[in-house]
Design a protein around this ligand. Sequence first.
Ligand SMILES: [Zn+2]
Length: 308
Amino acid sequence: MSTVRTVCTVLSAFCGLTGCQYTVVPDAPKATEIASAVKVAAIPVKPVEPALPSGYSWDVPESMQGVKIRNQGKGIQKKIVALTFDDGPSANITPQVLETLSANNVKATFFLMGLHMKTRPELVKEIVSKGHAIGGHTYTHLRNPDEYVAEEEIKRWDSLFRDITRRTTRLFRPPFGNLRSAYSKAALKAGYPLILWTNTGADTTRHINAEKVYTAVMEQLHPGDIVLLHDSQDKQHTATALPHIIKTLKEKGYTFVTVPEMLKEWDAFQGQGRSKVSESPLKSTTHTKPEKIEKTEAVKEKEGAVAR
Ligand SMILES: [Zn+2]
């Protein structure tokens, strides 16, 4: 219905416009009555944006945009760690994880599935409002999508995320860590970095429990780690292990950062590494080049090729 028709509906008792379907009444309305009626009819409801803490940004350094991110921070000495949670938000595990993070004043990064965001938008808003970062993890997390489906899913995720949060993200993690999938190709084409991890709680493996998740993270621990965990609905072992992981990391002197913050640290380290660290694994080029696929496959084999 047009604005005029809407206003006419409200003002039907007073309307005298040519062609109007409503009855013409000889007495003119008072100015205050018209102003009041128009105000009610014309002003749309504006969505409320979740507040982000000041100084908070999800920007990705220029050298890491549109490339594969896996070990560019190798050798960093600063005791920082980025916890990441994939496949949520879930109704049972994500709230537990958020509560543990808040209780310990820890910020983390969530790589969310569109399907679950659609079902639980309130959790997406809560993650944003608590200062955590969010990245894309596709809409339905298929193992082998074709090119068309992959591109459509990434667009669909972006659109849904914007609808829920009124903002965008430039973070993306491919399902199963598969850098060769159509999802990864579509994400790179759209300028996203493919963000993997340097440490995993192996919480998707068989016969896992909280103690094994804790031990897996601690055994691989290095400064500058990006830790892979999951907050999907069957990951109670991860939610149980999380307070112990955080406690030990704090005792070891680690502080917690989001993935965008970690990438900035890696970027700064790369700059230092080129001139100061002789055994730096990084090449002396301005921008980090994508890692070779063969290495990723080797890492996946080593980790048991489990679902991520
Ligand atoms: Zn996943």
